[in-house]
Design a protein around this ligand. Structure first.
Ligand code: GLP
Length: 238
């Protein structure tokens, strides 16, 4: 894809197509700066009556632990300000994992059960971290299959500190869908934009699968589409 706008439009179009085909689609949704353009396109499509969210069910990939839902850097806040406040998705159909004082294991188990009860994810949209993470599944010796509590790596804390007033404010933990929860989706679309993602994209598509690059596991999925702009694709072998 030539540029970020094109990538955002195409991703929104695929998501809208999915919802037109199945109005009660179950969507797995990402946060971060990359999908902002896609959400903006979806909001304008909704305003032009090109998409109806009334029966759509959504599950967000992840959420920081320790931020209240109305904190401007929480993914709950992000999703409402970028999408849900502007479209007709039903509140009861929106799922964003949230850990407070409650037992995180219980929250994670319940989240998995809710995905199951909804019939599984039809279309999962993903971003990618500079270290190859998907959701908050960080590079490690092993990865978890199900929704779980995770300690963020230094690289992720550093990368995400741009959204906070200072690095010290970045939460150290998060809840994320596991790689198994992601891989169980019928279809997956991964979006990446900019030079900072070029290495992660090249490693993800290298032909090798390693837990050190969580996104590389997607090579084992039967229906993944990767949308990259020129910069993010710059290290891919021709
Ligand atoms: C965060 C999110 C990921 C996201 C990644 C990339 O860490 N947990 O789901 O893909 O950041 O974010 P950005 O698109 O801002 O580069």
């Amino acid at each position: 894809m030539d540029n970020y706008n094109e990538l955002s439009k195409q991703a929104a179009e695929i998501l809208a197509e999915q919802v037109r085909k199945k109005n009660d689609s179950v969507l797995g949704l990402p946060t971060g700066s990359t999908p902002e353009g896609m959400y903006a396109c979806l909001v304008s499509m909704y305003k032009n009556s090109e998409i109806d969210f009334s029966a759509v069910v959504t599950f967000n990939l992840d959420e920081y632990v320790g931020l209240p839902p109305d904190h401007p850097q929480s993914y709950n806040y992000y999703m409402h300000s970028n999408l849900f406040d502007h479209v007709n998705a039903k509140k009861s159909n929106i799922h964003i994992p949230h850990c407070k004082e409650q037992d995180p294991d219980l929250i994670c188990r319940e989240y998995e059960q809710e995905i199951k009860n909804a019939g599984g994810i039809d279309l999962q949209i993903l971003g990618i971290g500079t270290n190859g993470h998907i959701g908050f599944n960080e590079p490690d010796q092993f990865l978890y299959t199900k929704t779980h509590l995770v300690e963020l790596t230094e690289e992720t804390i550093e990368a995400n500190s741009r959204f906070f007033k200072s690095r010290d404010e970045v939460p150290l933990k998060a809840v994320t869908m596991g790689v198994g929860s992601i891989m169980a989706a019928e279809k997956i679309i991964l979006l990446a934009s900019g030079e900072s993602k070029a290495e992660a994209i090249s490693e993800m598509c290298s032909g090798k699968v390693t837990t050190r690059v969580p996104a590389s596991l997607l090579q084992l999925h039967r229906e993944v589409t990767v949308f990259v702009d020129r910069e993010a694709a710059s290290l891919l072998k021709k």
